[in-house]
Write a protein of this length. Structure first.
Ligand code: NAD
Ligand code: UDP
Ligand code: UDP
Length: 312
């Protein structure tokens, strides 16, 4: 049995990861400060003999004994990470330093949940790992984008300087049950608006694109990446190459919810990337992975979750 630390384990992705690790027989220490996560995401795990929940902020040192670390702690939606941008950078950078220091002391392998945001508003499409990105260093999104870029730098420097076993995954937009209903991300916004009969808010003209990966596919890729040979640190893109405009997404959500909500157009936020699609050739080659869940199927699962949540 492996002792595994999951930071940000009470969040959307973290809670699914904890579940999968327990199911395969690992011992899981979930660390979270509940900034955007929720105890209810892991309530069903609390009785599990191999699950432990700890309230802790990763910007402070953490002394525990583990063999593997999944570092997911960081607010991920623009509304949340822009709420306290200084804290967002601290979480990414100080959090990475502390978790890398911990990994170094206990000789643990450590995986970083990085993001497609490191590519910024890309002029290369789709984005391969070799693309360096086009990020505004002083804009509204910078606390998150540059924080995550600096965390990648720290991971690779600990790897080179201290021979740490690192894994860096660049996650593209992921959705599914346990997304925060008010975090402003497009999938949760559209579904909640459609189910409530409220207007669907399209930012800009809705022609910007994103590629949406269902959470189960993403977690599978993260687990496979963690188990790759030590000489493969990544970075590796994880996402679903199926690319949709926000207008297409809105139409799909309206259709699947049988909603009569109307589309309304609102201003596009600053630095909003126009397009985003992962090149997943490396994931296919190195971890024999590609996503299996089609957008319609994943949305149906997510709609079922939000229907239940809103009924409560
Ligand atoms: P989330 O907000 O649901 O989860 C983040 C978790 O981290 C929350 O439980 C939050 O309370 C916790 N947290 C935040 N600051 C913390 C701190 N200082 N100390 C301890 N815990 C802290 O978001 P998510 O979608 O589950 O994202 C998880 C990770 O994956 C994040 O690092 C995010 O940047 C990355 N990611 C997610 C996506 C996506 O589409 N969901 C895309 C790219 C990258
Ligand atoms: N750290 C931690 N847990 C540990 C070991 C270290 O949180 O088990 C933190 C510690 O606070 C330090 C950071 O990780 O500031 C970086 O550790 P490292 O050993 O790389 O650097 P140093 O301690 O020399 O600054
Ligand atoms: N978006 C939208 N309506 C919403 C929320 C988001 O049109 O109610 C757009 C947003 O402008 C962006 C895309 O949907 O172009 C994805 O936004 P999200 O915040 O989910 O992710 P990110 O921009 O970080 O990829």
């Amino acid at each position: 049995m492996n002792r595994i630390l999951v930071t940000g384990g009470a969040g959307f992705l973290g809670s699914h990861l904890c579940e999968r690790l327990l199911a395969r027989g690992d011992d899981v220490l979930c660390v979270d400060n509940f900034f955007t996560g929720d105890k209810r995401n892991v309530t069903h795990l609390l009785q599990h003999p191999h699950f432990e929940l700890m309230r802790h902020d990763v910007t402070f040192p953490l002394y525990v004994e583990v063999e593997r670390i999944f570092n997911l702690a960081c607010p991920a939606s623009p509304i949340h990470y822009q709420h306290d941008p200084v804290q967002t950078t601290k979480t990414s950078v100080h959090g990475a330093i502390n978790m890398l220091g911990l990994a170094k002391r206990v000789k643990a392998r450590i995986l970083q949940a990085s993001t497609s945001e490191v590519y910024g508003d890309p002029e290369v499409h789709p984005q391969p790992e070799s693309y360096w990105g086009r990020v505004n260093p002083i804009g509204m999104r910078s606390c998150y984008d540059e924080g995550k870029r600096c965390a990648e730098t720290l991971f690779f420097d600990y790897h080179r300087q201290h021979r740490l076993e690192i894994k860096v995954v660049r996650i593209f937009n992921t959705y599914g049950p346990r997304m925060h209903p008010n975090d402003g991300r497009v999938v949760s916004n559209f579904i909640v608006q459609a189910l409530r009969g409220h207007d669907i808010t399209i930012y800009g003209d809705g022609s910007q694109t994103r590629s949406f990966c269902y959470v189960d596919d993403l977690i599978e890729a993260m687990l496979r990446m963690m188990d790759t040979p030590a000489d493969f640190p990544g970075p590796i893109n994880i996402g679903n190459p199926g690319e949709f405009t926000m207008l297409e997404l809105a139409e799909k959500v309206l259709h699947l919810t049988n909603s009569r909500s109307k589309l309304v157009f609102q201003p596009l936020p600053a630095d909003d990337p126009k397009q985003r699609q992962p090149d997943i050739s490396l994931a296919k080659e190195r971890i024999d992975w590609e996503p299996k869940v089609a957008l319609g199927d994943g949305l149906t699962e997510t709609i079922t979750y939000f229907r239940k949540l809103l009924a409560e």
